[in-house]
Write a protein that binds this ligand. Sequence first.
Ligand code: GLA
Length: 402
Amino acid sequence: MKKLIIACFLFISLSGFGQKFEGMAPTPPMGWNSWNHFGCNVNEKIIREVADAIAVNGMKEAGYIYINIDDCWHGERDSLGFIQPNPEHFPSGMKVLADYVHSKGLKLGIYSDAGWKTCAGHLGSRGYEYQDALTYASWGIDYLKYDWCNTEGLKAEGAYLTMRDALYKAGRPLVFSLCEWGNDKPWEWGAEVGHLWRTTGDIYPCFDCIIDHGTWKQWGVEQILDQQDGLRKYAGPDHWNDADMMEIGNGMSVNEDRAHFSMWCMLASPLIAGNDIRYMLDETRNILLNKEAIAINQDTIGIQGFRYYSNDDLELWFKPLSGGDWAICFLNRDEEMKTVDFIWTDWYVKDDLNKLVIDLINEEYRIRNIWTHKDAGTTQKPLQIELPGHDVLMLRLTPVKK
Ligand code: GLA
């Protein structure tokens, strides 16, 4: 009996901290974040209007359920140290806002920083982790993005563990998003800590560019893609590589937006829209709401895709899906149109990591075009197409003998 009591005590005290909330992100999280479009000009009116729009424009049904407020929502700490939202921009307070977002069947996310200050210079959580975690729980927050500015002298893993434990102790299950930019290889330790981790510095709405700010850089879609090499083995259900919030609808061409979205789907990256979804064009909506592409991203087997072949700016990516299906994506990185001549029956592709094979030499597959939403014959017939610059041909293959 005594041993049982000690064992129970040990179990309760050990499980009281030292873990993340399991099962919060069985598939890559989907939602919207304020930063890419609004930066610091975020307020409760925008958040309410975005929630209103997402609830009725098809996005909620498609899976975009997190409405995430990024940097700059902060006011001061009160006399007891509790963080307050900026009273001018969030006059109703976060609890009221969370209740509103919840009433739409959506979830609310917030942002903080492991350092003294956030990247935009607002109050960070350093030294206030447990208090902030309690505050977020009392507001009804469902997702925390935790940034890495102003952290001189801190070790990333330890700092993120502290917040993980604080959140767990606060007791409200939420998604914990590590935004450490890949500096300290979060993929090596992140699965125990949170549900997703940024793999790179910040995205910029261009397909192929690097914006150099001196002490830091922003990256185009192709540049972010290349920084995912070697990382797929770390991703899976409840622990995802995060290629950053999307820039669809923020100034790239339709081809580029389509390619950007397709590659985020192939990577099993979180799908966090970053545009002003209150006023988006139909062409933007059609990309964000492509359910066949989303199904590839959200496939429950949770395997990140891989670049299998690359030649002269033409790449071929594969992603195993559940039930023996495969997603395949031809990506034209060049600005010029390219001819794709592809004899399916020449190919036998192995995903060594997962011991999965697509044997196109011996097995016939039905082809579904993900962007035209049309069936496109089988792999018996060679493929020949003209692929425009900065665009993709994304297909889903299903074994004929299924
Ligand atoms: C960092 C993050 C961005 C954004 C800004 C906010 O740069 O990587 O995603 O959150 O901070 O200041």
